[in-house]
Structure formats: structure tokens, C-alpha cells
Ligand binder design. Sequence first.
Ligand code: AMP
Ligand code: GLY
Length: 414
Amino acid sequence: MKVLVVGSGGRCHAIVEALSRSPQVEKIYCAPGNAGIAATAECIAIKETAADELCAFARENAIGLTVVGPEVALEAGIADRFKAEGLRIFGPTKSAARIETSKEFAKELMQKYDIPTAAFRTFSDYDEALAYVKAGTLPAVLKYDGLAAGKGVVIAETPEQADEALKDMLLDAKFGQGRVVIEEYLEGPEFSLMCFVNGHEVYPMPAAQDHKRAYDGDKGPNTGGMGAYTELPFIDEADLDYAMNAIMRRTADALVAEGAPFCGVLYGGLMKTPQGIKVIEFNARFGDPETEVVLPRMKSDICSVFCDVADGRAPSIEWHDFATLGIVLASKGYPNSYEKGFVIEGVDTVDGSVYHMGTAVKDGKYVTSGGRVMIVVCKAPTLREAQAKAAAEVAKIGCDNLFHRTDIGDKAFK
Ligand code: AMP
Ligand code: GLY
């Protein structure tokens, strides 16, 4: 089978690598891909949001399966387009992807179907929103109602911070003409539970934990994710059962009931609060960097899993029971401005997987070309060993302009 993967980050590199292990996969294309992906797949110069062009490419090249990475492609209606032409695609329709693309839609769905989440209200008026925050308790959680590349959430500790964020979101429309969801501040360890979903059918992957802040000790600004790991000692079987039944299955059922059945990966960003597990957010796709630590654990043929789920058959999914841990190398300055074009040495010497996030090739060498540049993922029988190994392997990568967190996985041992 010929397969097309849509996207360009570390998540897509991990999907491409997993597909390359499948005996059924004869050729992998990636649109647009990146310098690392190019070693395994043929990268084609079509933007991830160009649904019509991608559809034409799939038709003309007899692609048997298309897998979608990023949410912007889903919001552009790529799945609707492929489905209308009878092309197999692994990813939700635009309507089902609202679970990620509209915070308001997601919150109202959770409220209607009794899916545990933080209490909330939605505002379009700046004065009303500010008055609500001032009358409530701090910190206040302010979320822009639309895609904002991970920058649409502000945890305001003071009324001044809340005011500034509301001005950005509602008066200056910094992210677009969206509304704002203001929600209750929750506390507890966060984890990501990704599931393969088709309609009412929900199949979990191992839970993972992302590290969203830029610096050690969860300090600094929010990023696209600085590292992740699996297994999570603070999540037990009972927690997983609850998360599957009260959250993931109920949400899949709710989307069917609303006439927007979901097909693809439903990602629960969950928090284990003293009042039980609650939803922080949903995503309508594989998480990044969670995918890079979860897919290496898949024992089954991922191509069969994608096709079975997309076609509505029950997939057979088995997982290795080792632990995995990944450390992201990012350009100095990220998530704010940073320079590009620094030579990266030592990638081939790493004993583990290196998934490229933002690299290019110049004069035959890898150079930095993005904020997050690559992730080094190691596996081992225990998380402690995986952590030690990843630290040792990351040290083999030489580059003048990269930094990384040194505490990925520490939260598992607290
Ligand atoms: P989101 O984009 O909705 O996942 O939010 C980004 C991050 O903000 C989350 O990973 C949490 O760490 C934090 N966050 C979001 N909502 C809440 C909440 N209600 N209470 C506490 N922290 C939150
Ligand atoms: N790791 C968070 C995300 O993929 O949105």
C-alpha cells in the first residue's frame, strides 16, 4: 500500500517511522515533511492545509491511506474532502474536529453530556469578561475560543494580567475574532490519554505526560512541548478505567449523538485533581511530543490499525511494556524569537530515535530551522533507565544554539 502522511513536525516523523515498520507499506509520502522525514518518506511540496491539492495527489498516486498530523489540516476540512471522494483518511471531519478547534463547542459538549471538566463561562464582551474575573477567585484561566498555536491560554494570577489577556483576545483580536472561555483553575498532575476512535469505538494508547513549560521546574513560558514520557506511576488502572468510561467513551458517544461522529485520534488532556480526573482540553489528533514516545511502544502493524479504525473494524493493538522518554532540543530563545541555520552534529551517533521537528539540510549537514528542532527518544525496561539513557544520548548532539530541559520525567518520581 502507498501511504500519505500530512504534516511536518516530530509527530509526523514518528508516524512515518512507525508506518515504515509495516510490511504492507510499500511507499510513504509526506506533505510537506521535513529534512529528517526525507530519509524515510518522499517529501512532497504541498502545504498541509491545501485539502484540494492533497486530495488530487492521493487520487493520482493511488494512495491507500492518508494519515493527518496537524489540526490546521483538519480545520481546513481535509477529511471531509477525502471522504467525499471515497478516499481512505485517518482523521476527523471539520465538524468533529471542533472538539479541538472551538473551546466553546468542547466545553458545551462536556457540560451537556456530564463529562467532568472545569466550570466555565463564555464571553464576547471585554467589560463583562473583566467584571466576571474581578468578581471571582484568582488565578483565572482565560482561553481564546479558536486555534492559537498553544498560545491561547493564559493563567492570570492578578487582575492586571487578566485585563491584559482579555484586551489581547477581545479588544485587539490578537488571535482572530473569537470569544473567550473563562474557567475555574484546577490543580493536580496532568496527563495525555490518546485513543483511536471511530464513532462509538474507542481504543486507548498508553498514557503519556508532556512538559509544556520551557524551562526546568515547569518555569518559563508555555511551549509546544519540551519532552514527554510513558509509563505514569501516578495513574493506576482505576484512573484509566474512569478516564476511559467517564471521559473518552462518553465524549465519542456525545459526538455521535451530536451528528459529528469522530474518526481518528481523540486526545484527552486530563488532570488528576483531588475531586477526580477532569478534562483540561481535547485535541482531535495525535499529540506532540506524546506521539514520539507512544508510537515506539506499538507492537502491532500501525498501518493495519489505521485502516481498521478508518474502515470501522476492530483493530488488534498490542503494546510493548518498556518505558520511553523523549527530550526536545529547542533553539535558544524559543518560544519567543530565535535564530536559525546552526549546524547540528552527532545525530547519527544517537542510540535511540531522533525525530526531527524543525531542521533543514545545508551543504550536506543538518541545520536548525525551527523553534523546536528535534526530540531524542530512548526506551528502557524502567522509566529511570529511559531517563538516564535519554540524558546521555541528548549529550551526543552538538549544536551552538540549542537548549533542552534536564528534568523530563522527574514528576513521575515525586
Ligand atoms: P490547554 O491549551 O487548554 O491545554 O491549556 C494549556 C495549559 O494550561 C494546560 O496544559 C494546563 O497546564 C493549563 N490549564 C489549562 N486549563 C487549566 C485549568 N482549568 N486549571 C489549571 N490549569 C489549566
Ligand atoms: N502536547 C500537546 C499537544 O499536542 O497539543
